[in-house]
Design a protein around this ligand. Structure first.
Ligand code: PHE
Length: 513
């Protein structure tokens, strides 16, 4: 018997001399035997996994003679046997025929009568023709020699008479693969330190990993995180640095006071903001002079401002809260930028962004929760203008896939001028608000210690709205909380904020944030 190594060699040398193997059925061992089908499959798979060959399956039907069919091919049909038993001169007695031919006598007589080869004469059978052609035997022989028959009707008939049965045959067409060679190179299973050291990894071939098995079910990103990833990519593409946002509990100082938001501002009411009970306060502020400058600018003004004219209290600034916006992180970062500028002796422009969770003590409805995510960008450079902000917003939203935005003057305690950003919603036939933006006030920046010619433009938008639109959700509870469908998390595709996303954003499903 041929070993699989023999078969391998046979296949490779045949490919080498003939270029291709049209049908593996033609392969014969040295002693002229056919090669067992399973042995061929094994060798082909192993060679294909090494990219030494490629192969395609050939499927065809073959017709084989049954035992009865083979007997007919060897010694003639039942009817021919009957004809031959009838003596050309004297005929044969019917009883005699049965004794002579056994079972064939009964089966053969009917056919021989039908063929008008013999007839009855009293209790004898006599010939009606001188000679016959045994077509059934010829048919059986044709099938034995070719595996099929030229006349489909005959094949059918012989199948019905159980002289022939159909079998499915599988063979292969083989061609050289990209790594064809006559010899099989031993493939390494591991990359070793030696290979790296002596450089042999460059030429060594490696065994492919077999990753059979079920894909693991864990580790699906939440849709919000998928969309966040897309925003991060946009920011990174534009050269932004990510701010550290891992500070959900913040002092009122960084969330409000540093941003020149007065202590009586309605947003600082417990109805709008979650304040902490325990610990309720923190006096861990950066430097006393800065806190003093904040107090001064709120109470009496400065940097060209008259301030708010009230008695600023440190106790109010010490109150701990769940940050109401990521601008608390931005204010922290801008203060650090001022410190760095002082230490270095010169100002270096900066571009920061953050995407993280914020909290508002709000009534929950279909599109609002008490917590949500903000996307925020900040650019600090000398002599930036409102035109820079408008221009940059156009670039940013264009990258999100939202062209043709419009701006509307707005008010924020910490920016002046401030602008809301709108995009046209063809479904609702109105302009919908996408985000908020502005130039941080000098009362905020100069108190931090930044030079008056350093301008900071900033903008913010929610992460939930684009996500809900992107994933076709119309209730925020389907996105966050105990009603979230885990299937939805697992099966949703990765998010791409492409041009289509823009159309979706301003499409009929857009909801007002
Ligand atoms: N902090 C603002 C908000 O919560 C967004 C914003 C950021 C506005 C930066 C202007 C500048 O909506």
């Amino acid at each position: 018997m041929a070993t699989s190594e023999d078969i391998q060699t046979l296949i490779l040398t045949t490919l080498d001399t003939q270029g291709a193997i049209e049908n593996t059925d033609s392969l014969k061992t040295a002693d002229g035997n056919a090669i067992p089908y399973l042995a061929v499959v094994g060798v082909l798979n192993s060679l294909a996994s090494k990219e030494m060959i490629t192969y395609t399956t050939i499927e065809r039907d073959q017709f084989n003679l049954t035992q009865e069919g083979n007997e007919i091919a060897d010694s003639g049909s039942h009817e021919a046997k009957v004809f031959n038993a009838v003596d050309p001169v004297n005929g044969i007695a019917i009883a005699e025929l049965a004794k002579l031919l056994g079972a064939s006598a009964k089966i053969g007589q009917g056919k021989a009568f039908k063929n008008k080869w013999i007839k009855k004469d009293g209790d004898k059978l006599v010939r009606e023709v001188e000679s016959i052609v045994d077509q059934t035997q010829l048919d059986a022989l044709e099938i034995r020699n070719t595996g099929t028959h030229s006349k489909p009707a005959t094949l059918k008939d012989l199948q019905a008479r159980k002289h022939v049965e159909k079998v499915k045959l599988i063979s292969y067409k083989v061609a050289k693969g990209p790594k064809f060679a006559l010899k099989i190179e031993k493939q390494a299973t591991d990359l070793t330190a030696e290979m790296l050291a002596d450089g042999s990894w460059k030429t060594q071939t490696f065994k492919k990993y077999n990753f059979a098995g079920n894909p693991p079910e864990g580790g699906h990103l939440h849709p919000l995180m998928k969309v966040r990833e897309e925003f991060r990519k946009i920011f990174f593409e534009l050269g932004f640095e990510e701010m550290p946002t891992n500070k959900y509990v913040e002092s009122s100082f960084w969330n409000f006071d540093a941003l020149f938001q007065p202590q009586q501002h309605p947003a600082r009411d417990a109805h709008d903001t979650f304040f902490l009970l325990d610990p309720a306060t923190s006096s861990n502020f950066p430097d006393k002079e800065y806190v003093q400058r904040v107090k001064e600018v709120h109470s009496h003004g400065g940097y060209g401002s008259i301030g708010y004219g009230y008695d600023w209290k440190i106790e109010e600034a010490e109150k701990l809260l769940l940050r109401t916006h990521t601008t608390s992180v931005s204010s922290n970062m801008l203060y650090r930028l001022a410190q760095e500028t002082k230490a270095r002796g010169s100002f270096k422009p900066a571009k920061f962004f953050s995407i993280d969770r914020v909290y508002r003590n709000e009534t929950v409805d279909a599109t609002h929760l008490a917590e949500f995510h903000q996307v925020e960008g900040v650019i600090a450079d000398k002599n930036l203008t409102l035109g820079d902000l408008i221009g940059f917003m156009e670039i940013f939203f264009e990258k999100m896939g939202v062209p043709n935005i419009k701006f509307k003057p707005a008010f924020n305690p910490y920016t002046e001028p401030s602008m809301e950003i709108f995009s046209w919603h063809p479904g609702l036939e109105k302009w919908v608000e996408l985000g908020n933006s502005g130039m941080f006030r000098p009362e905020m920046l100069e108190a931090m210690g930044l030079d008056p010619d350093v301008r900071v433009i900033a903008w913010g938008l929610g992460l939930e709205r684009p996500t809900m639109i992107k994933y076709g959700l119309d209730n925020i509870r389907e996105l966050l909380g105990h009603k979230v469908d885990l299937d939805m998390i697992q099966s949703n595709p990765a998010c791409r904020l492409d041009k289509k996303m823009g159309k979706e954003l301003v499409g009929k499903d857009a909801v007002d944030a």
